[in-house]
Design a protein around this ligand. Sequence first.
Ligand SMILES: [Zn+2]
Length: 118
Amino acid sequence: MQLLTNLFQDLRITTNSVKSNQTSVRAIQNESHIDTLSEKIDQLYIMNLAALELLTELGITQSQIMKKIEEIDLRDGKLDGKLSQPTECSDCGHKISKRRTNCFYCGSKINSFGFKST
Ligand SMILES: [Zn+2]
């Protein structure tokens, strides 16, 4: 009986060790994704700043810009600061933007309907 108990405990320890390693790998992948997103945010910020400064130089007012932002936001029927509602990855189930071509989390190819392309 003791041998069986020890085997069971060894199995649980090994299983938990594997789970811990998988979590560490995911953490490293998430850090990489965050770095990539930070770089993209910086690029978008610079592009938006350039566009805003050029529009201001051309006489476009902040009120006109805010009105246009609201008009674009409403194109999906909701004034929520987003272009569209997220969809679910058919492989991992995470919510992802419909604008993406691949799942941010598992890398699966996503078509415009949120289903996996084969
Ligand atoms: Zn996925």
